[in-house]
Design a protein around this ligand. Structure first.
Ligand code: NAD
Length: 325
């Protein structure tokens, strides 16, 4: 089987590729994986270094909006898993153009190439942020898409173009919508690695607004296993929520991270709230549970392990910190 993983040099995509090729998904040990990644600021070949010399792994630097390249790379692939995206909400507030180009147009071009290239299945990796914000209860997959940031609006555009390619052309495309991820190799602009690395340096951490925004957190390994379950057991044209069941306010999460590095609340700097900041996300995961998904990583153990990872891998994140700003 030949699998094209777009955005596979980023945080989650690289975890998926390492898991697949290093034997975490039975039956896929012999898969051939082509990683196609533009290597934006968020893409990092160091994330794929554990695969150096692996016979099943090929890397192609390129853009998912590049139709000519897609016509070369896509034919012959059985499966595409699309992680490629602009992903940082704050960057989308500062400038949304790249978000629309990659997350909407890039998704459409990839689907068109999949259709023309005879790809069997496409998995589009999306986010719970497309649903907007929910005060109480949880979203099922049929909840309306009400995105509030340019990032989530562009991801919602990608989701809708997936729906259209399934409905119009019969392409087998499945969409996953996951909550916030944490784990190793996450670019240090995102909350957990930003806070962990600032605190490890004895610095301050910026907490938005009143700190009471609620997010559901999932270890990246559980997310990738869920994507694999959708690939193996999901159905064409369907959407699957992937949650962790652990909701924390940003204040609670900050408290856990402070404790993990032995810092106090004096390290926290309150900063003005993010524009359009969603208050709460929460997913109903009954649909994916019905095909065999359950998260495995306990949040307290997972967070402690991740803080240890950033402590032990300063050679990975220090060069990125300056760029992250
Ligand atoms: P990331 O920013 O770490 O990685 C994105 C990768 O995509 C990078 O390697 C980058 O170089 C590549 N890329 C960007 N534009 C590209 C283009 N035009 N062509 C080819 N490659 C391109 O992101 P991540 O956190 O690993 O997220 C991966 C996917 O998962 C995204 O689609 C994101 O929306 C989704 N997601 C992320 C989270 C989370 O908490 N991080 C939660 C739910 C869903």
């Amino acid at each position: 089987m030949r699998i094209l993983v777009t955005g596979g040099a980023g945080f989650i995509g690289s975890h998926y590729v390492r898991s697949l090729l290093l034997g975490s998904y039975p039956g896929y040990e012999d898969a051939r994986v082509v990683v196609l990644d533009k290597l934006t600021y968020a893409g990092n070949l160091g994330n794929l270094a554990p695969l150096a010399g692996h016979l099943g792994y090929t890397f192609v630097q390129g853009d998912i909006t590049d139709q000519r390249l897609l016509r070369e790379v896509v034919p012959g692939c059985d499966v595409i898993v699309n992680f490629a995206a602009e992903t940082h909400v704050d960057r989308s507030i500062a400038g949304a153009g790249d978000f629309v180009t990659t997350n909407v147009l890039g998704t459409q071009r990839l689907l068109q190439a999949a259709l023309e290239g005879g790809v069997r299945t496409v998995v589009q990796v999306s986010t719970d942020e497309v649903y907007g914000s929910i005060a109480q209860g949880s979203w099922s997959e049929s909840a309306p898409l009400l995105p509030n940031s340019p990032y989530s609006a562009a991801k919602a555009g990608g989701d809708l173009i997936c729906r259209a390619y399934h409905r119009t052309h019969g392409l087998d495309v499945r969409v996953t919508r996951c909550c916030n991820n944490y784990g190793p190799y996450q670019y240090p602009e995102k909350l957990i690695p930003l806070f962990a690395t600032n605190l490890l340096d004895g610095g301050k951490v910026p907490l938005y607004g009143d700190g009471l925004n609620v997010r559901e957190w999932l270890h990246v390994d559980d997310h990738c296993r869920a994507i694999q379950i959708v690939l193996e057991k999901g159905s064409p044209g369907e959407v699957y929520n992937i949650g962790g069941g652990v909701e924390l306010t940003n204040r609670e999460l900050t408290g856990w991270l402070l404790a993990a590095v032995g810092a106090g609340w004096e390290a926290v700097e309150h900063v003005p709230d993010r524009l359009g900041h969603d208050r709460r996300y929460s997913l109903d995961c009954g649909k994916i549970q019905a095909i065999g998904y359950e998260p495995r990583v306990d949040i307290s153990e997972g967070l402690a392990e991740v803080v240890r990872w950033y402590r032990d891998h300063q050679d990975w994140w220090r060069p990125l910190k300056g760029q992250a700003g």
